[in-house]
Design a protein around this ligand. Sequence first.
Ligand code: SAM
Length: 282
Amino acid sequence: MAWRMDIQPLNPGLYIVATPIGNLGDVTRRAVETLERCAVVACEDTRVTGKLLNLLGLHRPMRRYDDHASEAAREALLAEMVQSPVALVSDAGTPLISDPGYRLVREARARGITVTAIPGVSAVVTALCMAGLPTDRFMFAGFLPNKDKARGDVLAELASVPATLVFYETGPRLVASLEAIAQRMAGREVVVARELTKLHEECRGGAAADLARHYTNHPAKGEIVLLIAPPGEAEAPAGDVIDDELRAALAEMSTSQAAGKVAKAHGLDRKALYARAMELKA
Ligand code: SAM
């Protein structure tokens, strides 16, 4: 394993460089060595990246780029990476993970330009490492939609996915998201991972309804990752919402069908719901 990559200049191409999500100490040596030798750093915001480069003692030309950039801007970058090494960074963490870069990488690969990833921190993996939820299968689903109906639809769609669900979230929307999760996935453990790698790092788990109450009383500041345990991993569901839905379903169909319908809608364990439906019937 080499400590420094090599001391030759970098080959032309596109270098996807991960940067810290809060703690500067998380920048990798390879990231620094790549940034210091690239011809230009493409970035979302030259003020944010300028600050990082300054802290690292690097002075490289920067170019603003995101996936909504004009065709001309993308073409100019692609032409440049045929001749010289071009780095792409985002404001924080790994580029392309809920950040720009997908179109640039796709186009570069289509043209036979070498694409190299310089891996590092990403909030999704950092949160998974701390949350204490299953990590053998997880699904990262970006940000939940802003509007209630769309958010509910996405949660209903994902409720039966047999994996830990991971979302990016913001403070002002956290309580609404937790309330929607409490409605759609009652009984599943939820973890709020906040301000990761920073001074006020927090990782708080529990039932979505309890977390919603907590963050109503203590509004969450900073950056947030929201994780939901896979269906069937948490306790058997109780809760008024589930009971009401089971009762409504029981009025129209068999116990087994009712349990199946509500389990599917909420991503809950079918056997546990069957047992609960039998209790309700009794
Ligand atoms: N590309 C980044 C990555 O690799 O994690 C993510 C960029 S996305 C635009 C920004 C979101 O990531 C934030 O709104 C938050 O949900 C999450 N995030 C970034 N840094 C974080 C941190 N230090 N703690 C918790 N969540 C963070």
